[in-house]
Design a protein around this ligand. Structure first.
Ligand SMILES: NC(=O)c1ccc[n+]([C@@H]2O[C@H](COP(=O)([O-])OP(=O)(O)OC[C@H]3O[C@@H](n4cnc5c(N)ncnc54)[C@H](O)[C@@H]3O)[C@@H](O)[C@H]2O)c1
Ligand SMILES: O=C(O)C(=O)C[C@@H](O)[C@H](O)[C@H](O)COP(=O)(O)O
Ligand SMILES: [Zn+2]
Length: 346
């Protein structure tokens, strides 16, 4: 269930009452501990004892090592199958927390309380959980649904601008794949500020929920939610590996530009639409230098993409703002062309 807590956390309290947990665990990172936990604790009404599990912030923590430490801590606290994990944080916390919850003792219940724009509009919804391994994004994970996703937009007040913009990339993606009007609203916003985005958060959540309801296990239409991610994830992985991580949404924005170029090369989109999409994404996202990045390595990383099958690299490609095709097989030459195109954009 997805709920907006515009003013209070009553839905959280009634869910906890219904779930009757034996114990509550709250997973935070250092920042959500400081900025968000006091609000949660001030509003959570329960007599059930709780423990705080804290990790350092950042994508570097979304690993098997962190998962193992968290499983160990749960075991040390004697968490039983009726324990409930509350994931309070961005996509790293909800992906990692969802993963440890869905695997500990073969699955305990969990609640997502996203605190970033990306978490609210995308990561906390739809049941994809996971960790990175060998710097490959989300290569190990589960499909597991939270008991509740509680969205409290006021958490965005303390979110740094770059993080807000990172979440905005996924919102643009939602417009591009499914709702032209949403895309047009977003690209004409006078500035990127949390309060300006509040009305559009709901629409992004609806788009994601509709797609996920139609195809939870990503056999078909859910692949459209991965637009921008085949190239985006490869670039994100390579930067992560070299110790200079970029934000997920920044990588997705880059990926959406390159993959729109692929649509143009494949003749799947009109020049007018393709160029307007690229121009508008560039308005918000400064170019990321790919100067020292090897295309070979990127192509190898793209082979790990979960949409691939039978040795073919498959893309989800936008065909006009608001519509998206999937299972589009693309030749390596065109992928290299798109990467060169991005490099020479400015
Ligand atoms: N499961 C999915 O469907 C899905 C969808 C999209 C992205 N993701 C994953 O989500 C991850 C990215 O998530 P993210 O962008 O939220 O990153 P994140 O979780 O790393 O959070 C970004 C930063 O903001 C800080 N922060 C969080 N809330 C804050 C607040 N309210 N005030 C101040 N600081 C705050 C965090 O500590 C962190 O430093 C990636 O790993 C990506 O692969 C998953
Ligand atoms: O929910 C989905 O499906 C998505 O593809 C949403 C993406 O924004 C998200 O980054 C997701 O984690 C990517 O999944 P993956 O299967 O490519 O790892
Ligand atoms: Zn994403």
């Amino acid at each position: 269930m997805l709920t907006f807590a515009d003013t209070d956390f009553s839905q959280l309290n009634s869910t906890l009452e219904k779930l009757k947990p034996s114990k509550i665990f709250i997973l935070v990172d250092e920042n959500t501990h400081e900025y968000c936990l006091p609000t949660l604790l001030g509003n959570m009404e329960t007599t059930v004892p709780y423990e705080i599990l804290e990790i350092e912030p950042g994508e570097e923590m979304k690993t098997l090592n962190t998962a193992a430490q968290l499983w160990e801590v749960l075991a040390e606290f004697e968490a039983d199958r009726n324990a409930v994990l509350i994931n309070l944080g961005g996509g790293v916390i909800t992906d990692l927390g969802g993963f440890i919850a869905s695997t500990y003792k073969r699955g305990i219940r969990f609640i997502n309380i996203p605190t970033t724009l990306l978490g609210m509009c995308d990561a906390s919804i739809g049941g994809k959980t996971g960790i990175d391994h060998g710097f490959i994004k989300n290569i190990i994970g589960t499909f597991a649904e939270p008991e509740l996703t509680l969205i409290f937009p006021d958490f965005l007040r303390t979110l740094p601008f770059e993080q807000l913009r990172s979440g905005f990339a996924e919102m643009l993606k939602h417009g591009l794949i499914a709702d032209k009007q949403h895309w047009e609203h977003l690209i004409t916003l006078p500035e990127l500020k949390a309060e300006q985005l509040y009305p559009y958060i709901r629409r992004s959540c609806e788009i994601k929920l509709d797609v996920v309801k139609a195809d939870f296990h990503e056999k078909n239409i859910r692949k459209t939610l991965n637009f921008g991610h085949t190239i985006g994830h490869a670039v994100e992985s390579l930067f992560l590996e070299t110790g200079k991580p970029i934000l997920h949404g920044e990588a997705v924005a880059l990926g959406m530009i390159c993959e729109t170029r692929l649509s143009l090369l494949q003749g799947l989109i009109s020049e007018e639409d393709g160029e307007a999409i690229i121009r508008n994404i560039c308005k918000f996202f400064p170019q990321i230098s790919l100067e020292n990045i090897s295309h070979e390595q990127l192509l190898t990383l793209m082979k790990s993409d979960k949409k691939n099958s039978h040795g073919q690299t498959n893309f989800s490609l936008v065909t006009a703002p608001g519509t998206c095709s999937y299972n589009v097989s693309v030749k390596e030459d065109n992928i290299c062309n798109a990467l060169h195109y991005y490099q020479n954009l400015s």
